[in-house]
Design a binder for this molecule. Sequence first.
Ligand code: SF4
Length: 529
Amino acid sequence: MQFSGNKRRKLKLAGDQKNACYPHSLQFYLQPPSENVSLIEFENMAVDRLKLLKVVENLGVSYVKGTEQYQNKLESEIRKLKFSYRENLEDEYEPRRKDHISHFILRLAYCQSEDLRRWFIQQEMDLLRFRFSILPKDKIQSFLKDSHLQFEAISDAEKTHRDQDIIASSSSGGIKLDLELVYKVPFADALDLFRGRKVYLEDGFAYVPSKDIVAIVLNEFRAKLSKALALTTRSLPTVQSDERLQPLLNHLSHSYTGQDYSAQGNSGKISLDQIDSLAAKSFPPCMRHLHRVLRESHHLRHGGRMQYGLFLKGIGLTLEQALHFWKQEFVKGKMDPDKFDKGYSYNIRHSYGKEGKRTDYTPFSCMKIILTNPPGQGDYHGCPFRHSDPELLKQKLQSYKVSPAGISEILDLVKGSHYQVACQKYFEIIHKVDDCGFSLNHPNQFFFESQRMLAGGKDPKKEPGLPETPQPRPGAAGTPKAREAPSALPALSSSMEVDLEGLEAPSALPALNPSMEVDLEGLEAYFSS
Ligand code: SF4
């Protein structure tokens, strides 16, 4: 990656050249981008694509893929985020360029672990499946050719010659097959169809009707993307050594693109006496579990204190209340009050921005909880949908009075790695609504949506689209000062337990210098080395 402060190389393309760059509304992303974009544009594109992929995930588990409702909702979200989706639209250069560049940026962010790669590939495949499904038939052949997929539609004469065999071997299940287009595909590329006995084979070629060609296209896409991500992973040490790029990409991969749920505006709105009943009614399972363990064992280890303490701060516990709450519990657990004051209270004040760098830390998002710092033995933090054994999760849900049908729905979602959607389903079940109306991204969002419902019997807020990208708050989240890593503490007693390493700066992305540019040509090395 190269950054260039003054050498600007903007691509100025005439209409025809633009069309040549992106001839279709969908892409196989074979070539990395090679132009300069500002860091701000780089970030904006990446955040928008992340929002898009989250929509794809949510719709994919809320609706049957390919149904009219699914198609309409997805199309409307893609349009809102200004990505390409249909052929034959005017002025499609910018949406297609954005699609191209943002895909490659997220490759860098999402190649970093097996979980991230799997999630990214799944959402990208669903997006491609949607776009392919609305591609006009007369454009399919040229899209295949541009994507280096050498599948030729056979001639009418050839079709007539084989149509009975093709229909007899297809998976039409008695439905009249549309043989308008039939592709001749090398046998090796149609193995899945062959295994399912869904395709006619002759002389090493499969004859695939247009309705099945998408399966082959998606297989190719998955294989190429999976290989590309593996290659990009090898470049991680280089990427991670880039001090400007690395924090941005890290934030993206753990990123959460919504509100930061800091305590602002809520501080002091709950009393300590309310916490037990709020935990039962409105806490998400991760926090409900931490609360129960704290009440029972009067102690939580580092990860649990961080996750739960910042959540409580976000729902409105003041610093004084937090000090009282934690001290009361720890002293019940036989901790010397003096030890608590010397060790733990410093950490609590620190998380409220009253010590050290005075950073006003924000509560953890679901992405952060799910993807970082998994719980070890004796830990109770993390996300139960991600980190609990399915049998334990089942027992926990039973204890929360979730019906057997609800439990099985939740476990199915967990099996498909849709942890946040599983939590959303839990929300719907305990609040007795069919559609919660929001995409869950944050434990504090769960709490506020629950309170909103319980307060006025109102429906939960319908999402006007997607959450806003977090904006740095003056003097706190997102400002350069706030973003600095917590410094080493002033000399502390060796008996004190230092609780700072889990504190992360507020969730806003690093502030970027708008005059900085990213030379995307330099990215190429990360995708092909
Ligand atoms: Fe908590 Fe989010 Fe997991 Fe729900 S999905 S339990 S809110 S981390």
